[in-house]
Design a protein around this ligand. Sequence first.
Ligand code: ATP
Ligand code: MG
Length: 563
Amino acid sequence: MEEVGTGLLDRLDAMQRVAASAPGGPLLIVAGPGTGKTRTLTHRIAYLCAELGVFPHRCLAITFTRRAAAELRERLDALLGDGAEDITVGTFHSIGLTILKENAKAAGLGANWRIADDREVAEAREQAGDDDLAYKKLLRQQDLVDLDDLIELPVKTLRDEPALVEKYRKQYPWIFVDEYQDVDEVQYELLRLLSPADGNLCAIGDPDQAIYSFRGADVKYFLRFNEDFVDARLVRLTRNYRSSAPILAAAVQAIAPSSLVSGRRLDPARLDPEAPLVGRYPAASVADEADFVVRTVDELVGGLSHRSLDSGRIDSRSVIAGNLSFSDIAVLYRTDAQSGPIVEALSRAGVPVQKRSHNRLRDRAGVQVIARELRHARGLDGTLAARVKLTAQVLAQRYAAPTLDAEQLAPEDIWAAADLLQPLAQRVGEDLQTLLQEIEIGAEVDALDPRAEAVNLLTLHAAKGLEFPVVFLVGCEDGLLPLRWPGSTPSDDEIAEERRLFFVGLTRAQDRLFVSYAARRFRHGSEREQSPTPFLDAIDSGLFERLGDTVPSRPKDRQLRLL
Ligand code: ATP
Ligand code: MG
């Protein structure tokens, strides 16, 4: 018989294996970008279930976004096959919602409680003014809860009912939390209730990628893990499999001045001596910066403008030249406003782009109306088909499209007709009730299709956790990154968080990284002189290859004038 653990853990390196096969009890895995956190986490769960006899239905894996949850689920399915579906994987909100549903009465909710939609929340806030208590009271009078309640109410209920705490601890003796550096106070309290101080809680994350303090996240919970959970085991992963050596070296130097990890180490697993340096482009203007991106994309995928001129449109297969395709490329920026000129320039050159932003499903036009209708259908014991039909009827009324026949429509048509965009349309196959739940908890629309043959445009926040062969980090300017509003000075903590954001951006790149900044930019109502971000100063100039020049030297022109 095989030695326990071999096989399953073969695809891990020595430290990843130590983390994945650690015994029960509190476990903190501190791991930098590209060190294989998700890989390690999924292998740990798989190992515990397959080798140590832990029941999958006793495992609870918590993530922050639906995308991360879906990825975790997918990888667990691949690793474990049968049985993986018994593992509970969810976001903090979806788990809070489940607890609330199971204990609505204990939480003080009535029989018909539900999550308030945006309009209902706004109404309660007008009426209540600044008084938070009054606001919550107004919601409760209507048997409504808001999104914060989804975690706050379970915490309160569990605190009041020790028997419930016991129940959930028995139900989920194994808990796994990804991106632990991003927990906020209420989420942390929920975890403390769900896991005893000596429980089998496995938290994984990177304090240097904590970028959500504006949303209440506090990296202190990560840093004091070993005080909160007794005899916590600590495992560090320091081998980076993602980035070329020069890219990794630049990133490590960039984070050094405010690293929260003592003795931070990141060693490149990739040691190609030919690896290109980090491209650094000082642009004269925003338009120049956008042109630089277009030119470089053109070079990388090989003469695309030529091809697109020929055929009038780009054949996605023809673009995969030199092993690079559009989807291998990402353009990252600090603020969404920066994407405009880049999208425009790329589109003008015939380059397909896809943009990702943190849109919430419930913010989409029409979604709330549909959600309201679906909610009414809840008690009807309707099948999925019936619900879809109902949705179609609602849409037909709203959009009054003559071709819309609710009886004959395929679900895809329904969503398309509602202009609810692709991500939603793709999901119609799923249980609508799940979809409805996500609408209610404000799940994000993930508009980024990894298979789409298009250059990816994302904010730095949205790029977290992703990797791309080629990354452009544009707008590396003081005032943009770190972001600063006129008349306000960011605190040291805020600057440090911006630096971490810069670090997140740099570490998305696998093979090619380009940083750029413009000498002038229109911001806050006027054209301003910009200087490069001081964050760049932390990086050894030997790691850069300087591209282009801010002041275009035009010897021919000068000669003409001299003559
Ligand atoms: P981030 O902090 O940016 O989210 P991460 O720690 O979650 O990064 P992953 O995305 O899991 O890192 O892994 C980064 C890359 O390294 C992936 O392409 C992954 O397949 C690869 N990788 C991880 N571990 C190994 C390994 N042991 N051998 C080879 N490749 C690996
Ligand atoms: Mg990750």
